[in-house]
Ligand binder design. Sequence first.
Ligand SMILES: Nc1ncnc2c1ncn2[C@@H]1O[C@H](COP(=O)(O)OP(=O)(O)OP(=O)(O)O)[C@@H](O)[C@H]1O
Ligand SMILES: [Mg+2]
Length: 229
Amino acid sequence: MPAPILTATGLAKSYPTPSGDLAVLREVDLQVTAGESVSIRGESGSGKTTLLYCLAGLEPVDRGELHWDGHNVTALNVGARARIRAKILGFVFQSYHLTPELDALENVLLARRLAGRVRPEDESRARELLARVGLGGRLRHVPGKLSGGEAQRVAVARALLNRPRLLLADEPTGNLDERTAKEVINLLLRLCAEENTALVLVTHHAGFAALTRRALRLEQGVLASAPQS
Ligand SMILES: Nc1ncnc2c1ncn2[C@@H]1O[C@H](COP(=O)(O)OP(=O)(O)OP(=O)(O)O)[C@@H](O)[C@H]1O
Ligand SMILES: [Mg+2]
């Protein structure tokens, strides 16, 4: 049995609202082992994005414990958490979140650049990933000159630059047509398998959810296994 790369136990999260606290996550338990793929479906507003942000340590939880690769995330200070997150985690957003004035290659390298150092091996890794997502010929395109599917493929390459152990993807194909969406999902699954990166994929699409090893549903603030449909 591979070691868990992510363990969440009893996560609870509510948002304060003028009419009182809105409980979104009530009691979330999730364990993801190295290299495993898991999908999460759930109605709009059920808390999928909230859950991914909590799992990424980007949103504080009210209760519960979170471990990344054995690190107790809730016990870490902000700096240590950011350092370990940068090493272990990748994130793919629904709306790409690319920097519009930077070209594809610079977008993939941005986190390195902000960390102050782009080593030659970072640049060759970025070029290799862009080639693997089929964009070897688009290195110098800015996001505005890429199609939606191409932009999301740049975001996938960016998320994988640091060889994360865990990739969290929030509706990564929500803005794409069916055929392009399928290409991006297959690419995500293939790259994660090749790199032994665990994947937590939030998707509305039953067909895509069925492609992961385990399918879960978020309902009433709790994660449960979903029948494959
Ligand atoms: N910062 C916030 N403050 C207050 N309420 C919030 C906040 N962020 C999200 N919510 C509420 O929490 C609930 C869950 O939101 P979330 O974005 O996690 O849902 P989701 O499952 O990702 O939905 P979708 O499928 O539409 O993306 C929603 O009812 C939303 O209105
Ligand atoms: Mg969402």
